[in-house]
Design a protein around this ligand. Structure first.
Ligand code: FAD
Length: 401
């Protein structure tokens, strides 16, 4: 492990244990993003992980930087998720933004003084982004006028800039999509009522409305034709980041269960002395090791042809393992596992949220299923008995009904 990575992982762990974990319940009750905390994350180098050093970033490769969320996930999975989205936008802006954009925003983003988020989802298009309609019209002077509505925008009203995916034509398809960074203070941008998410209410989320918002062409991050592919790459990074954050969550759940069960007296010994309890927690520990290996392999594959499939494997497996881990650890504490101070109920809700965001478990299965179909096409044919391989029209039971 490089010295730089060591340092940043230690900073992330300190941030999670000193700043996030002790305060997350208070933040939740206040229903407000802890800007002081994200300022501290910025000062600790956690808001410019993949951005080049010339812009104040850490210059880490994706495969290294993504491990930061495992540390942040020890504190809170939703907080880790929000910083991961900021880092992905910062990476895109510093890598693909115009020189004018970089001059205006790069250092503000890498330092965490300004926060960014990604706006792709729309009310009618979640799993199926091809159904999005937010529309940008390119004006004669090069400016863009954007109208539409985005949904599930994290850091809504809190971020300073929104990396927004738009269509530039009415025709269906993705070839006309682009990504443009819309500053929060642009005229015509507004937000709907905040969603009520009891376990992570400190992360503001709502719909975002764009009513003839005019943005300079300096803010084009991905030009027409590259918006969709670029978004898919961003989502792959996000999927692996979520898997990394889930490992922190699983570790936090496991450690809570161990810390309790080693002291809970029963049947003349301790809860942790029971074989059944050891087997339950042993299963969590194995799932955690497997999850770590998987997300790190997926992180190393990002940017290669294997990246999307490996990201789907990680996003399919790890949040499911995290849900199971949080529930198992709750069970180990018995009734106490349900009570607020232990935080396990919150971990269960967070893990479930992480199954949904940035591509659900089912969408990951779709990606994996398509890869399996491709693999099957390249395999030798095994003979299929007559009647098993073909459906003759007159024997099709559905057609016959
Ligand atoms: C906490 C949180 C934060 C978010 N933050 C952001 C953000 O900052 N920016 C942003 O752009 N988006 C954000 N999202 C949106 C998120 O990415 C979407 O919620 C997600 O893509 C799923 O879309 P949906 O909620 O519309 O579900 P739907 O698309 O309506 O899916 C409903 C159900 O159908 C299933 N399904 C869909 N297709 C298939 C299929 N082919 N086969 C089997 N089942 C299928 C899904 O898995 C799901 O179970 C956020 C979501 C959450 C929960």
């Amino acid at each position: 492990m490089s010295e730089r990575l060591d340092t940043i992982l230690a900073a992330a762990r300190d941030h999670a244990t000193d700043v996030v974990a002790p305060n997350v319940d208070t933040w939740n009750a206040a229903k407000a993003w802890p800007r002081n905390a994200s300022d501290k994350a910025g000062a600790a180098g956690l808001t410019g992980l993949y951005a080049p050093e010339e812009f104040g970033g850490q210059g880490l490769p994706l495969s290294d930087g993504i491990q930061v969320y495992e540390q942040l996930g020890l504190g809170d999975g939703a907080y880790a998720f929000a910083l991961s989205m900021h880092n992905i936008c910062t990476y895109a802006g510093c890598g693909y933004g115009t020189d004018a954009f970089k001059d205006a925003w790069a250092r503000n983003l890498t330092s965490g003084r300004k926060l960014a988020n990604f706006a792709l989802t729309e009310p009618q298009s979640g799993s199926d982004p091809m159904k999005m309609y937010t529309r940008a019209t390119i004006n004669g002077d090069g400016t863009w006028t954007i109208s539409g509505a985005k949904a599930w925008v994290s850091l809504a009203g809190e971020a300073d800039i929104y990396f927004t995916v738009v269509k530039t034509r009415d025709a269906p398809g993705h070839k006309d999509m682009a990504m443009i960074a819309i500053p929060a203070d642009a005229a015509g941008i507004s937000f709907g009522p905040m969603y009520d998410t009891p376990s992570y209410n400190f992360l503001p989320m709502s719909e975002m409305y764009l009513d003839n918002v005019v943005v300079s062409e300096d803010n084009i991050i991905l030009p027409v034709g590259q918006g969709f592919q670029g978004s898919l790459m961003a989502i792959d990074i996000a999927r692996v980041s979520i898997a990394s954050g889930c490992c922190g969550l699983m570790q936090a759940a496991l450690d809570t269960a161990l810390s309790y069960s080693k002291n809970r007296k029963m049947f003349g010994g301790k809860n942790l002395d029971l074989d059944g309890i050891q087997w339950m927690l042993g299963g969590v520990a194995t799932d955690l090791e497997a999850s770590r290996l998987l997300y790190r392999k997926a992180a190393a594959a990002l940017g290669t042809p294997e990246g999307p499939l490996m990201a789907a494997h990680a996003k399919r497996f790890v949040p499911d393992a995290a849900v199971k881990a949080a529930n198992t650890c709750t069970q180990v504490l018995g009734g106490m596992g349900l009570l607020q101070p232990y935080g396990l109920d919150r971990l269960s809700r967070l893990a479930q949220m992480l199954r949904i965001v940035d591509g659900t478990t089912e969408i990951s299965r779709v990606v994996i299923g398509r890869a399996l179909q491709k693999r099957a096409a390249g395999l030798p044919d095994l003979p299929v008995p007559k009647g098993f391989g073909e459906m003759e029209e007159d024997t099709d039971p559905i057609a016959a009904e």
